[in-house]
Design a protein around this ligand. Structure first.
Ligand code: PLP
Length: 370
């Protein structure tokens, strides 16, 4: 069997060697960043260096970064920490959709782009709101018109939260230029470790901590900092920021792979292929097939991909993203996500397409026999 081709970078990027080195170096040290002695001050230095690097990734000063246990916690802190009514786009990650029971859902168009007229109509009838719209979708890669959203939200006195977990290091992200008030990041999507993330705040006023008591992170997230994870997050952020401009080049490989899949199986549907997207992500469907079957067949052939949203239970859930986009049930059922990293080779892409064609032929045969 060939070595596994890892084409699931949106679920988690492999750890960068500098991040691993930073993680291990920090684990070798004693010291709580809240302690005033030398080892404590050294731990504090690691956390503050990382804070500057993570802020720089999104054009924000170090003081605006609140470290969390990951993207999920950053999203929860943003949505639950402000005393404002909330609206979220219908294609958000589950950690945003489920953060508040009272959140209003904003519809999206056929490409999964949030409806600006629907947002304008909602805001017109209300006072200030917290609106949460992601930068790039984890299933389709589709990028949202954040500046337009921010202008609408601000015109009504509200705040914009952006889950930038999938966009960081992949497209330029300048919080201030985009008008984002609160922005969520996750270390493991940019080559850092799992279990570290951040909420970046344009203004700390009004946000209330969920975890209280210790006073860490400017009183916004109590608990001893995950020094090793944060230090590695900083190392990953430094590298990801430096590479962000080159990431766009992956689009040619992605589009080549999709073209080869379509040649091997003309019934292939490339979802949101004409929408603005991050360069590494393709959402492909074999109509009428079962995504779980495609994922398993690809796994046996040495390719790691996902069915829609990767679910913690390992089961495939119907995709709320593709449903919100109004795609037909048979397209949704056969949709998988292929998310590339910079190391993908042309040879891998060709082998993937060959396997895709064989799976499609089996689906066709099974349907003909049914
Ligand atoms: N937001 C998006 C868009 C994601 O893709 C993910 C993870 O898949 C998360 C949030 C959650 O991040 P974490 O795994 O760090 O909790």
């Amino acid at each position: 069997m060939p070595p596994v081709s890892y084409l699931d970078w949106n679920a988690g990027a492999p750890m960068r060697s500098r991040a691993r080195a930073a993680l291990l170096a920090a684990l070798e040290r004693a010291g709580n960043p809240s302690s005033v002695h030398g080892p404590g001050r050294e731990a504090r230095r690691l956390v503050e260096d990382a804070r500057a690097a993570v802020g720089a990734l999104v054009g924000a000063p170090a003081r605006s970064v609140v470290f969390t246990s990951g993207g999920t916690e950053a999203n929860a802190l943003a949505l639950c920490g402000l005393a404002l009514p909330v609206a979220v786009s219908a294609v958000e990650h589950a950690s945003v959709l489920d953060a508040r029971d009272d959140a209003i859902r904003l519809p999206v168009d056929g490409d999964g782009i949030v409806s600006l007229p629907a947002l304008a109509a909602l805001l017109a009838g209300r006072g200030p709101m917290l609106v949460s719209v992601m930068a790039a979708n984890n299933e389709t890669g589709v990028v949202q018109p954040l500046r337009d959203v921010a202008d609408l939200v601000h015109a009504h006195g509200g705040l914009l939260h952006c889950d930038a977990v999938q966009a960081a290091g992949r497209i330029p992200l300048d919080m201030r230029a985009l008008g984002i008030d609160l922005l969520s990041l996750s270390a493991h999507k940019i080559g850092g470790p799992q279990g570290a993330g951040a909420l970046v705040l344009a203004d700390q006023g009004g946000l209330r901590a969920m975890l209280r008591g210790g006073g860490q992170e400017g009183g916004l997230r109590a608990g001893t900092e995950n020094v090793a994870g944060i230090s590695a997050f900083g190392a990953a952020a430094r590298e990801a920021g430096a590479e962000a401009a080159g990431f766009a080049a992956l689009a040619a490989l992605r589009d080549g792979l999709v073209g080869a899949c379509r040649a091997a199986a003309p019934e292939t549907v490339a979802i949101a292929a004409r929408a603005p997207r991050i360069a590494n992500t393709a959402c492909l469907s074999l109509p009428g097939a079962e995504a779980a079957t495609i994922v398993m067949a690809m796994d046996l052939a040495g390719f790691a991909i996902s069915a829609g949203a990767a679910c913690s239970s390992g089961k495939v859930r119907p995709s709320h993203v593709l449903a919100a986009m109004g795609l037909a049930p048979e397209i949704r059922s056969g949709a998988v996500r292929v998310s590339l990293g910079p190391a993908i080779s042309l040879d891998e892409a060709g082998r993937f397409a060959g396997e895709w064609g064989r799976i499609a032929a089996r689906v066709r045969d099974a349907r003909a026999a049914a």
